[in-house]
Design a protein around this ligand. Structure first.
Ligand SMILES: *Cc1c(COP(=O)(O)O)cnc(C)c1O
Length: 405
């Protein structure tokens, strides 16, 4: 792909074949009888939810028929609405529990959710009652699941309240209980015992409900647990980061052959020769210690190219590393082209590479900013176009204005 066609824009290229490869890797890991729910919250971890869902639902290959996953999950009803029906017949789960329906647009979104048959997450009897009443008014049965807290101490229903919530929901005819789930606190650490403890608590808290209602889908595993805790697979797993090709340990792994789906590129906007002693960027944090050549790249912290990368990161140009020099500003980063004499305006700069061992992999970016790949991905700004590539021609996500034709 040639950035010279990209109208001067930074873009993230999303490889459909990498997404499908990661889907197959996860499928092999869980076996044929466990369902896979793709986590596409937060705009599919910054990859572009419609692009990712389209790839996972509509594209096959290597002997596998679409859809590559059995369900998709988002955090909020707004995110589900933004999918615009893209998930087709694949069920959509909303993981953030239903809250006060009299706040803001909640009621309206709830009606949309019930009408569209999205599965809502419930953690309190009050919320169950609200959903039941709205569903009754619509003449529908709302699909709901219960999220149990087993040790993350976040949004789930505390174990002591579970039986009351379960029996309450079962007694409301306009609710249709479809599943029971929980979420792990420390699953990416394969040596940690806490995942097994949480799983034991979840099983014992839900065993009688599952026995009474064998159609309930029980699910718990995120990416870490999918790889490190086979017992936690239950009826369905909910991988996010692994689907995007990043190892849940947040370091590249040779045992788990995941392929990062994202490459972030930008055109070289400007090239300038500077004298020894010239400073570059705000605060004059970098001064040329020799005559050199600088390149300007149109990505800054407003695009999610973090200020923490200043004087630390590298980008790739013609396959060679170019250090980021001076402060990253809101709209620009500057690179030193001393070792890349053939660099010229319009050349494609790789800002984040898809190769896990690249000097500018997402793992490296996370390390430079003292964070994790999840945060690097989800900070990528709205100015950066998401473009799906391979198999098939590059196609811009339909909802992104200003994309080159
Ligand atoms: C985000 C999330 C996941 C996916 O986690 P990964 O570590 O990205 O696999 C699964 N379940 C819940 C409830 C989540 O919030």
């Amino acid at each position: 792909m040639d950035a010279k066609d990209s109208s001067g824009q930074a873009r993230v290229l999303i490889s459909r074949s990498a997404l499908l490869h990661n889907g197959r890797t996860l499928r092999r890991t869980v076996g044929p009888s466990v369902k896979i729910c793709a986590m596409v919250k937060a705009d599919a971890y910054g990859h572009g939810a419609s692009t990712v869902v389209d790839a996972l639902v509509n594209f096959g290959g290597q002997g596998i028929e679409p859809p590559a996953v059995d369900a998709v999950a988002v955090a909020t009803m707004e995110e589900a609405a933004d999918l615009n029906g893209m998930s087709g017949d694949v069920p959509t789960l909303i993981l953030r529990p239903v809250e006060n329906i009299y706040l803001g647009r909640q009621r309206q979104l709830l009606e949309q959710a019930i009408s569209a048959d999205w599965t809502l997450t419930i953690v309190s009897l009050a919320a169950a009652g609200d959903v039941a009443r709205v569903a009754m008014n619509l003449g529908k049965r709302a699909a709901v699941q219960i999220m149990a807290d087993t040790g993350l101490s976040r949004e789930g229903c505390p174990a002591a309240h579970l039986p009351g919530l379960y029996h309450g929901i079962e007694s409301m005819p306009s609710l249709k209980l479809t599943g029971l789930c929980t979420h792990f606190a420390n699953s990416e650490d394969s040596a940690n015992e806490y995942t097994a403890d949480q799983l034991r608590r979840f099983r014992s808290a839900t065993e009688s409900f599952a026995a009474a209602n064998p159609r309930l889908t029980r699910h718990a595993a995120n990416s870490g647990a999918t790889f490190f805790s086979k017992q936690s697979h239950l009826d369905m797993v909910r991988p996010g980061i692994a689907l995007y090709g990043v190892d849940p340990t947040c370091t590249p792994s040779v045992e788990r052959p995941l392929r990062p789906a994202m490459r972030w590129t930008a055109p070289l906007l400007l090239v300038r020769d500077v004298r020894k002693g010239t400073s570059a960027g705000y605060g004059q944090t970098w001064v040329a210690d020799r005559d050199t050549r600088l390149g300007l790249v149109p990505v800054g912290y407003a695009d999610g190219y973090l200020r923490a990368f200043s004087n630390r990161a590298v980008m790739l140009l013609h396959g060679k590393p170019a250090p980021v020099v001076g402060r990253v500003s809101m709209d620009y980063a500057t690179i030193d082209l001393a070792n890349i004499p053939m660099a010229s305006v319009g050349d494609e700069v790789t800002v984040m590479d898809a190769d896990p061992l690249s000097p500018c992999s997402v793992y490296k970016l996370a390390e430079w900013a003292d964070t994790i790949p999840y945060e690097i991905f989800t900070r990528i700004g709205q100015r950066v176009a998401r473009v799906a590539v391979e198999p098939g021609e590059p196609s811009a996500a339909a909802n992104l204005p200003g994309q080159a034709a």
